[in-house]
Design a protein around this ligand. Sequence first.
Ligand SMILES: Cc1cc2nc3c(=O)[nH]c(=O)nc-3n(C[C@H](O)[C@H](O)[C@H](O)COP(=O)(O)O)c2cc1C
Length: 327
Amino acid sequence: MNKQPILALAPMAGISDWPMRTLCVEQGCNYTTTEMVSAQGFLTAPSTLNVYKYLLAIGPAEPPPVVQIFGRRPELMSEAAKRLSDTGLFSGVDINMGCPAQKVTGGGAGSALMRDLPLCAEIISAVRKATPLPVSVKMRLGWDEAHITAPELARIAQECGADLLTVHGRTRSQQYSGHADWEQIASVKSTVRIPVLCNGDVNSAQSCLEALRVTGCDGVAIGRGALGNPFVFAQIQAALKHEPAIIPDDDQIVATAIRHGTMMLEWKGERAAVLEMRKHLCWYIHGKRGAAQLRTRITALDTMEAVFSLLREFAELQKNVDKPCGS
Ligand SMILES: Cc1cc2nc3c(=O)[nH]c(=O)nc-3n(C[C@H](O)[C@H](O)[C@H](O)COP(=O)(O)O)c2cc1C
């Protein structure tokens, strides 16, 4: 592949907000998506309800993300796409056809749509007509192993005017278990002309190069591999240029986590920011010396100063560990 691959941060509810997207873009991520937003909820929420203000917030220094919507009624999906596009804040509209959560599939949305391809066609066509922005579709391989509908859905999406597809190489019944099947993503890719992003278990430069090779995809979407690790994008960019691997040192990890916390604090205020940062802290220190010990204290953190001081303690701990005995 000669073109620069798309290196996307996969949409993740409660995670891929603007501070996370900003940090990933700084490291070389070149495609971001908001977390999923209910089309119906967005259209019917009273203006006093500020949950959408948060779900759709854009950072001061990030490029416009794609906005992801979910739902099953074409008229609501298209109206939401239109109104969101009219804000001028987003670079595209992504349709969620992959979410496996019961609260989404129970209402017939997310991956449940993969069992009703004519309805998928209606939704994609309606959204296509409603927005001048690029339209994309995020899907799984199918509902279960006996119903692999991704190649057919990909063909339909292309016909209905979609500009890009992201394919997570698992079925709905697999949830997040087992391994993403990149071979099956390759067969989806070979069905269509529009760009396809390979998603599932891409979490390092090595796995990214392998996924691109196996699938022939135009890029990858990285979800869990970016948790506490926005550096994965810089590592991939280096590998694509055949440059030496960039391993972040402990000071860089701490500085990044502190910036993450600072953005959260400015955006959400102390209480919400501390709650949000607890999970990110666990991810930032994952696998490091003393992490288990520090993790037990993270759930009790209640001020941002306590968050920062735990991070400084973490940095000291790593330095002391590295010192030879007696020094
Ligand atoms: C906590 C969490 C939240 C997620 N939220 C969304 C979402 O809002 N929309 C979506 O399309 N996929 C969502 N996903 C799925 C991811 O985008 C991605 O498809 C999946 O995690 C597989 O990629 P990975 O192996 O790189 O994590 C979520 C995944 C996780 C772990």
